[in-house]
Write a protein that binds this ligand. Structure first.
Ligand SMILES: [Zn+2]
Length: 402
């Protein structure tokens, strides 16, 4: 527990925020600096191979197995979400009493607002100091993977296959895994350590696409506009009103998908609408994508001109499609958790992970808990005892792997 706290506190103090507006790989150089530090540490710990790949900014390390058991991988991301991340000052609360935790003069972690806090009475929590995020997402995953690996370095009493570790960039901006190269990571299956509460085990994510709608209007002086003007602002509102308005993020949960108007830039002559489309079900997902083209057709017919166009980009797919063909990785994680007395909480992610993309590259990659909650903001916290259980889950997965 001491080692985990020490490593975690050290890592979260290092700013590794990614930047969605950057076109470099990775999006911010501070991620590389952190990975270089990790590279040195993994070498010192005695990993057999440690390599940083400039082509995709992945740090990949290996512990050679001592048996013919299949190779297995563990993945975490080094970047933190788009939220203040400079000067993180973690606070350790030992033996939490279930009352309000003061973060700073202005902000508290209050069990009335965050009833889940009641699950942690008697435990050790690490919180922010109210001004920044904590960065447990996903420094906790990195710490848990490294601490689990330490158990196997030089270990001759247990039998294990090759263990691979990957620490990648830019997960929070949805880009990091795009350039992941499975040739550098020869495993049968892997896990992302990028989940939240104790026991979480996820092998289902959204299917995700982004649609960019361009509307070309015709701008004419309003005084002489009759039968000439096509107002792109108006067409934009018509487009949006054609969508089922209750199928939006703010009106859906669990396995209901949605359309979200993500961004809008509009004037009389030109409007651009950006939508994100999400659904766990591939058929409904495709239907949602088609809906965008149908609305465009409808409006083009109405205006008797080609004024609305749709550009559709698929972002990632539901990893269940791949994982359900070979459920070994899920069964193994369940078994490992049960052995530790942790009840697996299987749920569908309303989002994606690096595993959503990596699964489709050929490595089934479910996601497991790290022990943190309220990610991406000042109310983020993590339970140290559950970090220990996440670490032990990794160890048991490696030991139980056949
Ligand atoms: Zn994450």
């Amino acid at each position: 527990m001491k080692d985990i706290i020490e490593r975690f506190i050290r890592y979260v103090k290092i700013n590794t925020r990614s930047d969605a507006n950057s076109n470099t790989i990775p999006s911010t150089y501070r991620q590389v600096l952190f990975q270089q530090m990790l590279k040195d540490e993994l070498e010192q710990l005695g990993f057999d191979e440690v390599r940083y790949y400039e082509k995709n900014s992945f740090l990949i390390a290996k512990i050679k197995g001592n048996s013919t058991k299949p190779a297995i991988g563990f993945i975490a991301h080094v970047d933190t979400a788009d939220y203040e991340s400079e000067n993180v000052k973690p606070q350790i609360i030992e033996n939490y009493d279930g009352n309000i935790i003061t973060l700073n003069d202005e902000y508290n972690l209050d069990p009335n607002s965050f009833p889940n806090l009641k699950n942690y009475i008697g435990k050790t929590l690490i919180t922010t100091s109210g001004d920044t995020l904590l960065g447990a997402d996903d420094k906790a995953g990195i710490v848990e993977i490294i601490e689990a690996c330490r158990y196997f370095i030089g270990n001759t009493q247990d039998k294990y296959g090759d263990i691979y570790v990957a620490f990648g960039p830019d997960e929070e901006i949805g880009k990091g895994a795009d350039l992941f190269d499975v040739n550098d990571f020869p495993v049968e299956f892997a896990y992302t350590l990028d989940g939240s509460v104790l026991g979480e085990l996820q092998f289902e994510s959204f299917n995700a696409a982004q649609a960019e709608i361009t509307i070309k209007g015709v701008s004419v002086h309003p005084g002489s506009a009759k039968n000439k003007m096509i107002n792109a602002n108006v067409v934009a509102t018509q487009f949006h009103n054609e969508l089922p308005l209750l199928e939006s993020p703010e009106n859906t949960d669990e396995k209901d998908g949605f359309y979200m108007l993500y961004d809008i830039e509009s004037n009389v002559e030109l409007a651009k609408l950006t939508y994100i489309i999400r659904d766990h079900d591939k058929t409904i997902f495709n239907h949602r994508k088609n809906m965008m083209f149908k609305i465009a057709d409808k409006l083009n017919n109405l205006y008797q001109a080609n004024i609305v166009s749709v550009e559709m980009i698929d972002q990632y797919y539901n990893m269940k499609e791949i994982i359900e063909k070979d459920m070994r990785c899920v069964e193994l994680a369940k078994k490992a958790m049960l052995k530790l007395g942790v009840q697996p909480q299987i749920n569908a992610i309303r989002g994606g992970t690096d595993g959503s993309k990596i699964s489709f590259m050929g490595i089934p990659t479910p996601n497991i808990f790290t022990g943190g909650e309220n990610f991406h903001g000042r109310y983020e916290f993590i339970c140290v005892e559950h970090m220990v259980l996440a670490t032990n889950t990794i160890i048991e997965i490696i030991k139980e792997n056949q």
